[in-house]
Design a protein around this ligand. Structure first.
Ligand code: AMP
Length: 430
């Protein structure tokens, strides 16, 4: 689990400003698509995840933080966001209030993972769920939303991998065929996959173990076993992606870790060494059967989740910074001006400027050093002369001539001063 810190403080994680930038971009892009934010508790009844994610998945089987509360109930820290969103949708009878619901969430998830690059025990996801439409257009809308978000935050080299898992009509036969094939290669599979063969054979397809990957290369392909309606749905998804100019790779090994997917599944995979094996930045798919299975209405749905830790790590690796330096540093020239400078800083903040003031006092030299460090756009030194004349100098920190200002018009002067191409500030404003 990590601490997220502001500014340039050293940490393995991206600075908080990078996280805030991604969050702002998410809200902006998702609201363009008509998605509203939901915030659900970080704790849920353990049974919710057992019934939705699936008992045999790694997430539920090995990775949940589960405990008994004082009332003897079994609770779990949420390992993912879809089940809580669906629980809220059912609990508030949303389907009776609107036929089509589009939600997104941003927040922490918890999994007791083995320690690896880019894998944490508290991590953050951005996710969205669309409930009420069974159409391919809905799947593509979600993928388009991710693509637009990735573009908005400036992440490139992330490829969309697409698959279909079929449905109740065609998957069982495929699964049988797959199990037959895998059994004939049982000895070549890793220990986990030998177990998955009995419990969750589709998961063998996305095992990262090279031994298993070699076996999987020649495994039966689900896309060749789809029934007519599933095939038509998949073709329509591809046609619509093409129409939007969204590039993708068909990859029959994208099965996703959770039990509840049907038909479309997809993953966004980054080609970046910083992530090591954790190169999947997000994924999702259709889960038409989940709501009914959880005792809700028979409503089709599709969703995705993106890992914010990985998105911010990629932005950090790309060298982008999103700090928001102060507009102004107010420095004190002499002891007698300390109160006036402190009051001036307060007034300017009330007027909307971002103002730094060194509360420790100290020599003018040490204050200027601090001003440099904060990367403020301007400094204003207040001393007896300035107090008496009511005038001061705004000194641009990036160089250039000082600007003479009246002490009553500092805010206007800072605002109307030509924007020096302040390094790093631009991305944060967007
Ligand atoms: P999943 O729900 O497992 O499909 O995860 C969706 C995305 O969340 C992944 O592609 C990752 O980007 C991110 N994610 C999942 N587990 C972790 C973790 N333990 N640490 C960091 N990010 C994670």
């Amino acid at each position: 689990m990590n601490d997220l810190l502001p500014g340039e403080l050293s940490s393995d994680m991206a600075p908080i400003e990078t996280w805030q930038f991604v969050e702002r971009a998410t809200r902006e892009v998702f609201s363009r698509f008509g998605y509203g934010e939901v915030r659900t508790p970080v704790l849920e009844d353990t049974g919710l995840f057992v019934r939705s994610v699936g008992e045999e998945t790694d997430i539920v089987g090995k990775e949940m933080y589960t405990f008994e509360d004082k009332g003897g109930r079994s609770l779990s820290l949420r390992p993912e966001g879809t089940a809580p969103a669906v629980r809220a949708y059912i609990e508030h009878s949303v389907s009776n209030q609107e036929p089509l619901t589009r939600w997104y969430y941003v927040g922490p998830m918890f999994r007791y993972e083995r320690m690896k690059t880019g894998r944490y025990r508290q991590f953050y996801q951005i996710g969205a769920e669309a409930l009420g439409s069974k159409e391919a257009a809905q799947d593509v809308e979600l993928m388009d939303m991710v693509v637009q978000l990735l573009e908005r935050i400036g992440l490139k080299d992330i490829s969309l991998n697409l698959n279909s898992l079929g449905d109740d009509a065609c998957r069982p036969a495929y699964q049988q065929k797959l199990v037959g094939y895998l059994k004939s290669h049982r000895e070549e599979l890793c220990e986990d996959c030998q177990r998955r063969l009995e419990t969750n054979p589709l998961r063998v397809l996305d095992c990262k173990n090279p031994k298993c990957q070699a076996v999987v290369q020649a495994a039966p392909n689900i896309l060749q076993e789809l029934c007519e309606p599933c095939k038509a749905h998949f073709d329509e998804v591809k046609r619509k992606l093409d129409a939007l100019g969204i590039r993708y790779v068909v990859n029959p090994q994208i099965v996703r870790g959770l039990d509840y997917y049907t038909r479309t599944t997809f993953e966004f995979i980054a080609a970046h060494p910083a992530l090591g094996t954790a190169s999947t930045v997000g994924g999702g798919g259709r889960y038409d059967k989940l709501l009914k299975a959880l005792g809700g209405p028979d409503v089709p749905a599709v969703g995705f989740a993106l890992g914010m830790d990985r998105l911010t790590l990629l932005l950090k690796e790309s060298g982008q910074k999103f700090s928001d330096p102060p507009d102004l540093f107010v420095a004190v020239a002499d002891e007698g001006s300390a109160d006036a400078a402190f009051t001036l800083a307060s007034k300017l903040r009330k007027e909307g400027l971002r103002v730094e003031f060194d509360t420790r006092g100290g020599s003018l030299k040490s204050q200027m050093k601090r001003a440099d460090k904060t990367k403020a756009r301007f400094t204003l030194v207040l001393g007896q002369a300035e107090r008496e004349s009511g005038k001061a100098q705004l000194k641009p920190m990036a160089g250039g001539d000082p600007i003479a200002v009246s002490l009553t018009e500092v805010t206007q002067a800072v605002r109307s001063a030509p924007q020096a191409p302040a390094p790093q500030a631009t991305a944060a404003q967007g």
